[in-house]
Ligand binder design. Structure first.
Ligand SMILES: [Zn+2]
Length: 187
């Protein structure tokens, strides 16, 4: 009975660790998703508030249970956890989004195909640099010239054709071929 109780305790610890891991990943995912916007910073802050609430709850739990299950190490772990979630979260949230070379420097509007008609961004009216125009034109051309995926209907293969192909590697498969097919190929 002792052994099974021990295993159950280990299982609970594992589940708790998984929950903490998923919590951190959820916070960081939001930081990536809404980075460089207030939403990202608000999201990470809410995530930290959640951990703070848990720290407070743990303290209250100690008071309510008259320090029956007080685990000071858990407080230390939680403070370490919250600083990790916060530092990584705020770091991710402040990573700038890459501006593609064919996008407007000011509003990030995709200028692909625009330079042929205009020399200002149609979205915000900012004149774009020759480098941006060049990149946008190149991108438009590469899209126009990209080979379209050809969807070829598979031709029905007839037996003579199949045998004709195998006769190309004559040395290997000549012995396997029926004699009349080989003659047909020679004629
Ligand atoms: Zn613009």
């Amino acid at each position: 009975m002792r052994a099974s109780g021990h295993a159950e305790g280990a299982f609970r610890i594992n589940v708790a660790m998984m929950l903490f891991m998923f919590y951190a990943v959820a916070v960081w995912y939001g930081a990536v998703r809404w980075r460089r916007s207030w939403l990202g910073f608000i999201w990470v802050s809410l995530g930290c508030l959640g951990v703070l609430a848990l720290i407070q709850f743990h303290k209250l739990l100690n008071l309510w249970t008259s320090y029956d299950i007080y685990l000071p190490v858990l407080q230390t772990l939680l403070w370490g956890y919250i600083s990790l979630v916060a530092s990584v979260g705020y770091f991710i949230a402040s990573i700038p989004k890459a501006i593609q070379p064919w996008c407007c420097r000011k509003c990030r509007y995709d200028l692909t195909g625009v330079p042929g008609f205009s020399d200002v961004c149609p979205e915000c009216g900012t004149a774009f640099s020759p480098e941006t125009a060049y990149a946008a034109e190149r991108r438009a051309r590469s899209i126009a010239e990209a080979p379209r995926p050809q969807r070829q209907a598979r031709k029905p293969r007839d037996m003579a054709e199949v045998l004709g192909h195998t006769s190309l590697s004559h040395g290997h498969s000549a012995a396997n071929q029926p004699p009349h097919a080989a003659q047909h190929q020679d004629a």
